[in-house]
Design a protein around this ligand. Structure first.
Ligand code: NAI
Ligand code: MG
Length: 364
């Protein structure tokens, strides 16, 4: 049997810097755990624009459709701000998400004990926190028609439309329940069924899907109340499933419960392919960080944790994913910090590759 395949798209700014550390981890798994991947690398975002005049070449798109998983760094930067909207670096990423139909966006909010002081919340509120927000990614108000800015009488009106079909809700709900089965067996669905018809349908469909997962405890919450509960006592949640707009806000808020942008991974999953694996794109939540790019300061952990998610969700290697997460926990407990994680004075930060060295040493 051939090795599982990975397409790596480092992108722009700190993307290539953090991805270089991921490549070392991937090599380690090949050498030390007999877990070899067929890795290919290509361009996305500004880097692709510089080479081809487009933020994602058709050949790269075709490759992304064929591989078992795509791993992306980050795209964008001030150099590309002047470009026309149609060729902006972000368009490359959007095209990947759209054409791969990645409807289920997984955003964990997880607190490493060594970083619990970093949270704006009290330590006991966040220590040991491990929740997963599942955000619908391909529909809802960011895509619904009609949309636009129109003339109406003697003024203009801006319109966006929240629109969800039953099948769109069904498939993202299913992915949330499947996740919950592998975790704490709880799903909380968030909408605003009190004021939105799309929310009423959302609640109905999620409830129906829930009947297929009798072991999972399902609850419903209005999204605004959910935002309050996330700040008050986030550990009450296991998996949260919500729409595109609420998910955008709630996942960013939940992420910040735990500290730095340099620590946050994500996965975007689509329908199963012929081999049973879901279409999948893994990427850190952060952007290309032009303010620190090229200086060896970037924290590679978000990107490395994204690879851990790939091990778990694309390659059924949950134990190996845990091994990697444990290594990161060890390194943080030992006080190793990149510059973004500096709290107390007197600690000297390590470089991007220094953090990679420490994680590899902990894996060994
Ligand atoms: P950003 O996430 O790139 O940076 C925000 C702040 O966090 C900066 O101060 C940066 O230095 C810091 N930071 C981010 N990642 C870090 C890491 N791994 N280690 C240490 N510090 C880190 O967001 P910003 O500044 O709003 O956007 C910069 C560029 O990135 C823009 O062109 C934007 O469009 C693009 N972007 C791309 C994303 C993607 O590729 N998915 C997501 C967000 C922004
Ligand atoms: Mg956001």
């Amino acid at each position: 049997m051939s090795n599982p395949s990975l397409l790596i798209l480092p992108g722009d700014g700190i993307g290539p810097e953090v991805m270089a550390e991921v490549r070392r981890i991937i090599d380690w798994y090949g050498d030390k755990r007999g877990l070899a991947f067929d890795v290919s690398e290509d361009l996305v975002g500004g880097a692709a624009y510089d080479a081809h005049g487009t933020p994602l070449h058709d050949d790269t798109m075709a490759k992304a459709q064929e591989v078992d998983a795509v791993l992306l760094g980050a795209v964008g930067g001030p150099k590309y701000d002047v470009l026309d909207f149609s060729v902006k670096p972000e368009r490359g990423l959007l095209r990947l998400r759209k054409e791969m139909d990645l409807y289920s966006n997984l955003r964990p909010a997880q607190c490493f004990d060594a970083l619990a002081d970093f949270s704006s919340l009290k330590k006991d509120v966040v220590a040991g926190l491990d929740i997963m927000i599942v955000r619908e990614l391909t529909s809802g108000v960011y895509f619904g028609e009609p949309r636009g800015i129109f003339e109406e009488g003697n003024e203009r009106v801006g319109i966006n439309t929240q629109r969800y079909t039953e099948s769109e809700i069904d498939r993202v709900a299913r992915s949330a329940f499947e996740l919950a089965m592998r975790r704490g067996k709880k799903v909380c669905s968030m909408e605003k069924a009190n004021v939105m018809e799309s929310g009423i349908l959302w609640r109905e469909v999620v409830t129906e899907v829930g009947k297929d997962y009798p072991e999972v405890e399902l609850s419903h919450m209005y999204a605004d109340a959910g935002a309050m509960q996330l700040c008050r006592w986030p550990k009450q949640f296991d998996v949260i499933v919500t729409d595109n707009l609420f998910g955008d806000l709630l996942s960013d808020a939940a992420a910040m419960l735990t500290g730095s942008l340099g620590m946050l991974p994500s996965a975007s999953l689509g329908a199963p392919m012929e081999n049973g694996r879901p279409k999948a794109l893994y990427e850190p939540v952060h952007g290309s960080a032009p303010d620190i790019a090229g200086q060896g300061k970037a924290n590679p952990i978000a990107c490395i944790l994204s690879f851990a998610m790939a091990l778990r969700y694309s390659f059924d290697q949950g134990a190996e994913a845990e091994r990697l997460e444990k290594a990161i926990e060890t390194v943080l407990a030992d006080g190793v910090r990149t510059a973004d994680l500096l709290g107390e004075e007197g600690v000297t930060p390590v470089s991007t590759s220094g953090m990679g060295d420490a994680i590899l040493a902990a894996l060994d």
